[in-house]
Design a protein around this ligand. Sequence first.
Ligand SMILES: NC(=O)c1ccc[n+]([C@@H]2O[C@H](COP(=O)([O-])OP(=O)(O)OC[C@H]3O[C@@H](n4cnc5c(N)ncnc54)[C@H](O)[C@@H]3O)[C@@H](O)[C@H]2O)c1
Length: 352
Amino acid sequence: MSEPSVSPDDKRPVLVTGGAGFIGSNLADRLASDGHRVLIYDALTRPGVERNLHWLRARHPALVHAVRADVRDSAALAAAAASVKAVFHLAAQVAVTTSLTDPIDDFQVNVAATVALLDALRRRGEPVPLIYASTNKVYGDLADIALRLEGEAYVPDDRNVRSSGAAETRPLDFHTPYGCSKGAADQYVLDYARSFGLPTCVMRMSCIYGPRQMGTEDQGWVAHFLIRALEGRPISIYGDGRQVRDILHVADAVDAYMAAWAKIAQVSGRAFNLGGGPNNAVSLRQLIGVMEGLLGRPVVLDYADWRAGDQRWYVSDTRRVRRELNLPQPRAWRDGVADLLAWLKSEREAAA
Ligand SMILES: NC(=O)c1ccc[n+]([C@@H]2O[C@H](COP(=O)([O-])OP(=O)(O)OC[C@H]3O[C@@H](n4cnc5c(N)ncnc54)[C@H](O)[C@@H]3O)[C@@H](O)[C@H]2O)c1
């Protein structure tokens, strides 16, 4: 990262909610590697994330501490936030599918707990930075962007949209309970900067992938596809598999979070679209083609109907985040996917 990082001289910990999760554990590792004390707050509800926590503790025994608690426990959350120097808020109900079966739970975890956390910081009366993990789902299904099929992928008719992606200026249009809950939290986070002067920033992320991702059919599709293929099991494709996402390696996402913290004075109250950008836009079928090449064997696909709220095309316009946070070009998706595959293989070998 070209940006200077925040000095670890302030010995107070950094709070990472959801710090045992995929992005959270990668971020916590970077923070501790830079010399910061890290307080992880995680209910370990996602299967497999306890392995991430063991890994973090083994790597940074003196710097990483964890509280196993639910973000809906507002007293425990406020206690965890009481003396930290910054907060990265990543704990969430993360799946659109689950939000459709239990919207109340989704609301309580994603909205009510976020407001409770923000308010705990407000009541401290100090400018404690908070960076929030939001989603591209705040922009809805982008049905106004006319698309056409080109080979294995949907692409926008409009050349400018195709080459630049979806910008932060797009109107918000929350779809599905998950889109609503993440979007509402995103707006609260920004408003706590506006109304109370809390230094906050929002990352509206596209698909992040990489090591330590416990991908399932419901969330984390790049890792999920690779896991299924490694296990020789079929992959379910909802829709025609030509839907496109810009995928971003988690190391590049962590760079962006660290830079947002370092530059919080300049970017407070701002939301950024964070993804791989047009150079890393790939359809499900294109990804599977590359996976087959890496694995040296075909992958079996099962097709099913489209899922609610599934965008046919979503590619982030990353010009603003890269300019304002001074980020380098992210790694190319083919290299990143090979890196994730190597990690998944090494994990399997270690467990065998
Ligand atoms: N991975 C992506 O591509 C992506 C894209 C857009 C937004 N996001 C957002 O980024 C954040 C991190 O996502 P991730 O991919 O690392 O997911 P993840 O599931 O690996 O991490 C989330 C963590 O939160 C914890 N958690 C869940 N419910 C909790 C609760 N009630 N109390 C305390 N902890 C709880 C889980 O145990 C898990 O460790 C989430 O807020 C997610 O909505 C992720």
